[in-house]
Design a protein around this ligand. Structure first.
Ligand SMILES: [Zn+2]
Length: 382
């Protein structure tokens, strides 16, 4: 009787295995999985849960085997993928083989390895502290998720200083015409920031912040003011249906500063910011009286638009700074500027951040509550 000897899977050289662990960073290379294979993701217990998969099987009759190549690629790192046990098994299961072709798997491997290379290349000096502010807007929770924040940081070439960052959670608040909800927001921002900054070492005080916030305009402006303009801050932009980003591109918007004709020093001073909407003079005068001196920052070309890139945000910042300087020179630093804003969240943070403590006038931030209720003075900055 003819003796049948079953072929034994040849050992993969240690050097090749080591290379594979390094280029994959110990994460499953199946697209979308990325599981860290030295830990069980449910129990977090440590162990080796990896499968080193062959793209072209080591035997011509195996998954994606090839008469010419199978024997040649036994030591070649280009033929191996690190996978979690589930995906290692899945790609070699007979009925799945037509789906997971050599070409498909090579593309997945290349994409994973180039992503790991880029992410691990971010210099440690590019570290930043992520500041997340989340709250309810009109009763709806606006979540700012940690994974989304990480993705945005890495895409912007930043390195999160620690996993937690600074998380300002205002989800217990419901903003209304009642002043107390706004006072609570202010207190919570103050206490979260002071605890977070005190618990870090001194180095943190000179850190770099990356800010992700969706909240009513006065709350975001207050956060911007508290972060100040000494420590560098990157403000991230959130557009509907798109991830957080710091997209750099050709500026699209041009802003104009419209000044009041009168310089009557007995009148109140208002600053209207009209980017995503407009505020009527009548609405402002309802709060501040006839003849209020209304400065306005508005778009030159269209009535409303959104800020999509950091160049446009910077153009807004410059003009806002100019407006505040001009108001301070004309009306003195003791005047109060009543700010009525219809603007994107990123611009609201700028409005607070530009205000220099003790140098600039106080800014009374108004919130638009609803069509019926109109605006209310929510909180004061500086
Ligand atoms: Zn996997």
């Amino acid at each position: 009787m003819k003796k049948i000897t079953k072929l034994k899977r040849p050992n993969i050289p240690i050097k090749t295995q080591l290379q594979l662990w390094v280029v994959s960073a110990g994460r499953c290379q199946f697209p979308g999985c990325n599981e860290f294979v030295l830990q069980d993701k449910t129990t977090l217990s440590e162990g080796n849960y990896a499968n080193i998969a062959h793209i072209i099987s080591w035997t011509p009759t195996g998954p994606r085997g090839d008469t010419a190549l199978s024997s040649k690629l036994g030591k070649d790192i280009s033929n191996f993928m690190l996978m979690c046990l589930r995906h290692g098994k899945m790609i070699d299961t007979k009925k799945n083989i037509p789906l997971y072709t050599v070409d498909f798997l090579r593309k997945c491997k290349d994409a994973h390895e180039s992503r790991i290379k880029i992410q691990t290349s971010i210099d440690i000096s590019r570290k930043t502290t992520a500041v997340r502010l989340q709250t309810n807007i009109r009763g709806r929770l606006v979540a700012v998720s940690q994974p989304d924040v990480y993705t945005a940081l890495v895409t912007a070439g930043r390195y999160p200083r620690d996993e937690k960052g600074i998380h300002i959670d205002l989800t217990n608040l419901h903003y209304s015409a009642d002043k107390s909800s706004w006072d609570t927001a202010v207190r919570q921002i103050d206490s979260t920031l002071s605890t977070a900054l005190a618990s870090g070492n001194d180095e943190r005080k000179e850190d770099h912040f990356s800010v992700f916030g969706i909240a009513p305009i006065p709350v975001l402006a207050y956060l911007g003011f508290k972060l100040g303009n000494v420590t560098p801050v990157d403000i991230y932009i959130k557009l509907r249906e798109k991830p957080w980003s710091r997209v750099s591109s050709e500026p699209k918007l041009a802003f104009a500063l419209i000044r009041p004709r009168s310089k009557d020093k007995t009148k109140a001073v208002a600053l209207s910011i009209a980017i995503s909407g407009t505020t009527s003079r009548a609405e402002i005068e309802k709060h501040l009286g006839k003849g209020t001196l209304v400065y306005e920052i508005r778009l030159k070309k269209s009535q409303i638009d959104q800020i999509e890139c950091i160049e446009d945000l910077e153009a807004f910042r410059k003009l806002y700074r100019e407006a505040i300087d001009e108001i301070r020179e004309l009306h003195g630093k003791k005047c109060e500027v009543h700010l009525f804003g219809a603007m994107p969240t990123c611009a609201a943070i700028v409005c607070g951040r530009e205000i220099i403590h003790g140098v600039d006038p106080s800014i009374v931030m108004y919130e638009h509550l609803s069509q019926e209720e109109g605006f209310m003075p929510a909180l004061t900055i500086n």
